[in-house]
Design a protein around this ligand. Structure first.
Ligand code: DGI
Ligand code: FE
Ligand code: FE
Length: 192
């Protein structure tokens, strides 16, 4: 693992200014959520810093990383370019940028899609991405409240929001996202 200063200069180099600021904000939120929920704050900060490291990389290059990492035969994955930067990011961080922390790699890998059985750090980065200071969608204030009240609630809200948005645009929904959503719903039903 290299120091945060290395990852900071990598993201500054690779990302547009707005996306760089977003990454710093997600890192801050992830650290705060880690403090709230008993995860490792330093690890959460680093994961937030690097979660979108490939967001501004050209799509053709991302496609190659996805194929190297998970293969190219999932039709939904290959049609939803927005999912690629997460998989490509985890791959590049592991193989080219010296990240050897499996928890950080998983947090990057699943920060867009979610999945069933997410670790605490994965949930923290997923949620931090929804509530970072640069987000201003309608409902973001409620989401910020949920995030610090109950991570499970925030996850369910976030997944509900994303699935609705994708349905509204008549897009396919990646299996991992459906799995994460169903798990969040069942978790709430069991708690009721
Ligand atoms: O990279 P960010 O903009 O910070 O956020 P992100 O990595 O969560 O990307 C979210 C985008 O991914 C959002 O516009 C919806 C899109 N997307 C496309 N297909 C899927 C998907 N998101 C999920 N969770 N599942 C999909 O199947
Ligand atoms: Fe992202
Ligand atoms: Fe992000």
């Amino acid at each position: 693992m290299k120091p945060d200063s290395f990852y900071l200069s990598e993201i500054e180099k690779r990302l547009t200014y707005g996306r760089f600021v977003h990454s710093l904000n997600v890192a801050d939120c992830a650290k705060a959520l880690a403090e709230r929920y008993g995860a490792d704050p330093a690890k959460a900060y680093t994961a937030g810093l690097v979660h979108d490291i490939m967001k501004d990389t050209p799509k053709d290059a991302l496609r190659e990383y996805v194929i190297k990492s998970v293969g190219g035969d999932d039709r939904v994955l290959m049609s939803q370019k927005a999912l690629w930067h997460a998989i490509a990011g985890a791959y590049a961080l592991e193989h080219e940028l010296g990240v050897d922390d499996k928890e950080i790699l998983l947090a990057v890998r699943y920060h867009t899609s979610g999945r069933a059985g997410m670790t605490l750090l994965e949930k923290i980065v997923f949620t931090a991405d929804f509530i970072s200071a640069d987000r201003n969608y309608p409902g973001v204030e409620e989401m910020r409240v949920y995030a610090f009240r109950s991570l499970a609630e925030a996850m369910e809200e976030g997944l509900n929001f994303t699935i609705k948005e994708l349905c509204g645009k008549r897009r396919p929904i990646y299996r991992d996202t459906v799995d994460a959503y169903n798990e969040a719903v069942f978790a709430r039903m069991q708690g009721e």
